[in-house]
Design a protein around this ligand. Sequence first.
Ligand code: SAH
Length: 201
Amino acid sequence: MSRDDLLHSLSSRIADERVLAAVAAVPRELFVAPSLQQFAYADRPLPIGGGQTISQPTLVARMCELLELGDDDVVLDVGSGSGYHAAVLSRLCRHVYGIELDAELAEEAARSLRLAGIENVTLAAGDGAAGLSEHAPFHAINVAAAAADEVPPALEAQLAVGGRLIAPVAHGDAERLVFVRRGPAGLERTRLNAVRFVPLR
Ligand code: SAH
């Protein structure tokens, strides 16, 4: 699939023009190994080392759409992996703080983001299930690895009022995307479609 084919196929499933423009603006080939660059615009996850994968473009776009990002938003990206999802988020908000458990992946992701000319993403290596309290609260939180049974409470706690969170949650063998909004009266959780993610470790 070429870059144009991918964008064309996304445009039939994603309504938000800002999100489509953000995906179009990020060169996904910079976030995969040279040997996989020929597959960079296939709509599927690809291996990035450490047993992990770069997120699938459709899922990245859908999650970005659900987060309803505004230009001034500050976003937390948990499980930044290759940095690709963070790169797309960065086109839709003011700043992205990314946290990745695997320090080698985090270093590689920082390099890819630099090559892509993206300057509003700050990456840290560490356990993202605890969030990033020094930069909280966040207008939006994006989680790329599936937590067991519930969204980590520390992440929900770091949502600003009006803030949105999207996270895969595993219940036994089944996984669903969960959407959380902090409304004036507290947290509102919605279970969305079935998905398949790597586990949050
Ligand atoms: N968004 C990434 C996808 C990475 S896959 C991309 O676009 O490339 C999910 C990532 O979550 C993996 O890199 C894995 O190392 C990371 N991860 C798993 N558990 C984590 C945790 N507790 N804290 C931070 N990162 C975690």
